[in-house]
Design a protein around this ligand. Structure first.
Ligand code: PLP
Length: 440
């Protein structure tokens, strides 16, 4: 039976009531295995039925900074899988050796991008324990993404149990206690596997979870500008913040009525051309703008935050794009920052001025005006991969906008990052840190 990790946060009752989640409810009902009149015959996803087949060819663990780790190709010894069919619902999940999947060339994931995924990390704490961060949120978001792309419904708690079982099995070997401060990247994925070319709701699907060795991308954010670009307007300054290239009007990541709020593969492939251009010009990521007004939405695959002084009240505000239009992903890091800032920074925090947390539309012109008036304090991107990443420059319509930094980070980004590190790596005890039991 799958090991369990339980906290108040992971008790399966914490779905945030956002507009995005309300709007996908209908989709989830439709995708549910109980929604087509065969309720009694269809099996729900049930991690307690998980069978275990251990690998007979265990592999060696690469060093954290090795080329192998940087290549992001190495996964741990096992994976967790569960097959779904329209006729029977979910089959018993399997924990089995990591290896190739067998799907037919007609599988609809290969033609119509019928897939969704998640990204989270397994952390080796400074107290020696393995932890997940708010894993129940990822499982709930995966359920919403599945609903958007016509993949089958499941109980998020059962996916959480599959993730915990895999982490418990491979964590001790692949994230040994000597590697305190290290992590593995967890990739839950669901693909439509039915071997039929018709453009239709899938009748077969595969849910799987893999654990990958990933480099610490928050350490290597500022890619040096290519030699040809150094010292030029487009090349960037030498401090360590992210340098962002603002998207042009003809390149939009997400739009109202689309699927930008869902973690579906179809949101990522089409951004690679813009991302490649940004890299070639010496920038780290694309700052995704929307509409003629140039609303600021996200930075790369991260949410974006800016600290600015409000011109009338003169109060400091931490501003991020809202969820209502469903053109940004509801990041778990974003949600955590919003909660922590409201709780800990609405009054004065030691030597930092209080900030008001604001979720609203804001434009590049507002950011530029704030910079001109000396009201722009700092900006940062936030997400699982790049963590809390200070921004030092935004290139918008042929001009560089320098974003203030305090050394290698803004002061608010530095403090928020420390709060999150402390929870993820067990420096403080917090309900968001879900301890994983280890199997030796
Ligand atoms: N925005 C996009 C488009 C993303 O892909 C991600 C990463 O999953 C995020 C934001 C940040 O989300 P999270 O904090 O859950 O990693």
């Amino acid at each position: 039976m799958a090991p369990m990790a339980m906290t108040p946060e992971s008790s399966g009752t914490t779905t945030p009531t956002t507009t995005a989640s309300k709007l996908t409810e209908a989709g989830m009902k439709h995708a549910s295995p109980t929604a087509n009149g065969h309720a009694s015959k269809l099996s729900p996803l049930d991690a307690s039925l998980m069978t275990v087949e251990l690998s007979k060819a265990p592999r060696s663990v690469p060093a954290p900074d090795s080329e192998e780790t940087k290549a992001q190709k190495t996964c741990t010894d096992h994976m967790a899988t569960a097959r779904w069919t329209q006729e029977h619902g979910w089959e018993a999940p399997q924990l089995r050796p990591y290896g190739p999947l067998e799907i037919m060339p007609t599988a609809s994931v290969l033609h119509y991008a019928v897939e969704c995924f998640e990204g989270l990390k397994l952390y080796r704490g400074y107290d020696g324990k393995l932890r997940l961060f708010r894993v129940s949120r990822n499982c709930e978001r995966m359920r919403r993404s599945a609903a958007r792309i016509a993949l089958p419904d499941f109980e998020p708690k059962e996916l959480e149990r599959m993730i915990v079982a895999l982490c418990a099995r491979d964590g001790a070997k692949w994230l040994p206690k000597e590697r305190a401060g290290g992590f593995l990247y967890i990739r839950p994925t669901m693909i439509a596997t039915d071997p039929a070319l018709g453009v239709q709701r899938p009748r077969e699907a595969l849910l799987y979870v893999i654990l990958a060795c990933f480099p610490d991308m928050s350490k290597s954010l500022a890619t040096p500008a290519p030699p040809a670009m150094q010292g030029q307007a487009n090349g960037a300054s030498n401090n360590s913040g992210l340098r962002l290239l603002a998207s042009k009007e003809d390149t939009i990541r997400a739009w109202p009525g689309g699927f930008g709020y869902a973690k579906v593969g179809a949101n990522y492939g089409p951004t690679l051309v813009a991302q490649g251009e940004a890299k070639a010009r010496g920038f780290d990521q694309v700052l995704w703008l929307f509409d003629k007004e140039a609303y600021v939405t996200e930075a790369g695959a991260s949410n974006f935050f800016v600290v600015m002084r409000e011109p009338t009240s003169n109060k400091l505000q931490l501003i991020t794009a809202p969820l209502e239009e469903r053109i940004i992903l509801e990041g778990i890091t974003r949600a955590s920052i919003i909660e922590l800032v409201k709780e800990r920074l609405s009054g004065t925090h030691s030597d930092l001025e209080a900030v008001e947390m604001v979720e609203r539309r804001f434009t590049m012109s507002e950011v530029i005006d704030a910079a001109k008036d000396g009201r722009l304090v700092e900006a940062f991107a936030a997400g699982t991969a790049f963590f809390v990443a200070p921004v030092s420059l935004i290139h918008f319509r042929d001009k560089d906008l320098d974003v203030p930094m305090d050394g290698d980070s803004g002061k608010y980004a530095r403090l928020i990052k420390k709060w999150l590190v402390d929870i993820m790596y067990g420096n403080v005890s917090h309900e968001w840190g879900v301890v994983v039991p280890e199997q030796q």
